[in-house]
Design a protein around this ligand. Structure first.
Ligand SMILES: [Zn+2]
Ligand SMILES: [Zn+2]
Length: 457
């Protein structure tokens, strides 16, 4: 007998370290090598020990957010003979993101007078990037060196960020699809995700599984409301801060604001980008037109007014796009927010996901008193607004995707517990014959039992 087995060695019930292991007969495949964004200590790393005695022939990366790539160097120390597969854009972004993560870890340790124990060194990073093998969307490729396995992989555009991919794994007539992080409808730059025809097993994300509001929100109305509120604060002469992820949200919001300005929906106003987002903009400008031919090469560079660094006096009217998206202490967005907090002309617009435990989460929940304490002001005078422009599908879209792929088994991951629960029951109700699993970290699941290969006995 030959089995297909699955084990999540990373976090399942939070947006933490994503890492899924698949045993395909005697071949082993690791999907993503994430790091918990709130915990860059060893506990934030997936449990590679759990599979250390097994084979990992290939590591496939869905996209370059840290919760999917942050521990890649650690994984490669465990499995130093694994092939590493990703899309060309993800390879470029991974290099930049990992180098930056290392810098952030180092600074944090220095500022807190902690001993500095990096997960990897710059030299190791330099070395592993030569291992990355890249394939474009919808071009199948084999497990190199083990072609006799018959394993085939294909990347599909996941519509989440530049280079993001869903991963199809074909083995012995079984089709397994891992969504990575997915957005089925278009954003402002990226088009919506594409998918293979039906699959047998689906490993899906469920980030917005418990967010009923996201499902109800009409995008055009949200854009209008955003333009209106932006215009009000621009006319008041305020600074509008958008705390965002450097990778994805920064570029998508720049494009939205650019279009609103072009169409006269908001007054002309300088747009600044601070932090890591600028570096990622350059990669978008360089790579995007190769995937989307209609995209102007170098467009993002022409939209921004310049750089705004920490400590510089904030002078309105202006729009300021800055990392981190969750306003982690010590980040530029946290410093900017503290400066803007005491003036009602200013505003903080939350336009993406933020963990409830972070300052960004407090802003999303409008906990104004706690925030005033955090920003060290008497009271929070600036306006705080929430907009829903996600890089993830809402739960209705996810459900539609799952029905279209019509898998026999659905594995639900990458969401808070309520989100996973909602998705699991919704799938079960919509597709009664389907096996739905919310995996426990470290537990093994047999996905299929296959007849033994003829030459195996
Ligand atoms: Zn992501
Ligand atoms: Zn993620």
């Amino acid at each position: 007998m030959m089995n297909i087995e699955y084990c999540s060695i990373g976090d399942v019930d939070k947006i933490g370290a994503s890492a899924h292991y698949l045993q395909l007969g005697r071949y082993g495949v690791l999907l993503d090598t994430g790091l918990d964004p709130h915990n860059d200590n060893p506990e934030g790393v997936p449990d590679y020990e759990q599979i250390a005695h097994r084979n990992v022939h290939a590591i496939l990366i869905s996209h370059a957010h840290l919760d999917h790539i942050g521990s890649l160097p650690v994984a490669l120390r465990y499995f130093n003979r694994a092939r590493v597969y990703m899309t060309p854009s993800t390879a470029d972004l991974t290099e930049v993101m990992l180098a930056h993560a290392l810098e952030v870890q180092r600074k944090k340790a220095l500022e807190n007078w902690e001993s500095y124990q990096p997960l990897y060194t710059p030299e190791f990073l330099e070395m592993i990037r030569y291992l990355f093998q890249t394939f474009p969307y919808e071009e199948p490729f084999p497990l190199h060196g083990y072609e006799e396995s018959g394993i085939r992989f294909t990347f599909y555009d996941a519509g989440h960020i530049l280079g993001s991919a869903g991963i199809l794994i074909e083995f012995q007539g079984k089709r397994i699809f891992y969504t990575g992080n997915v957005r089925t409808s278009a954003q402002f730059i990226l088009r919506g995700a594409r998918f293979p025809d039906g699959v047998d097993v689906l490993i899906t994300e469920a980030t917005y599984g418990s967010d009923a509001e996201a499902e109800r929100t009409k995008r055009s109305q949200e854009i209008d409301r955003f333009a209106r509120r932006l215009s009000e604060h621009i006319r008041l002469g305020g600074v509008i801060l958008l705390p965002v992820f450097a990778l994805g949200r920064t570029q998508e919001m720049l494009m939205l604001i650019h279009r609103l300005r072009q169409r006269g929906k908001i007054p002309a106003v300088p747009i600044f980008v601070a932090g890591m987002g600028l570096r990622i903009n350059r990669l978008y400008d360089r790579m995007l037109h190769k995937i989307y031919p209609q995209y102007d090469r170098g467009l993002l560079r022409t939209i921004t007014f310049g750089r705004w660094s920490r400590g510089q006096r904030l002078q309105g009217p202006a729009i300021l796009i800055s990392t981190s998206g969750m306003l982690m202490p010590n980040s530029p967005s946290f410093a900017f927010a503290s400066q803007l907090a005491r003036d009602a002309r200013n505003a903080i617009f939350m336009v993406g996901y933020a963990d409830p435990e972070t300052p960004g989460g407090l802003l999303r929940a409008q906990k104004r008193e706690e925030l005033a304490r955090l920003f060290n002001v008497k009271s929070l005078e600036c306006n705080v607004e929430l907009f829903r422009f996600s890089a993830h599908s809402h739960r209705g879209e996810l459900l539609k995707m799952i029905r279209r792929l019509s898998p026999e088994t659905v594995i639900v991951t990458h969401g808070e517990p309520e989100a996973l629960q909602w998705m699991a029951s919704a799938v079960q109700n919509a597709m009664p014959g389907t096996t739905v699993v919310i995996p426990r970290k470290g537990q093994w699941y047999t996905l299929a039992t296959l007849p033994a290969a003829p030459n195996a006995s």
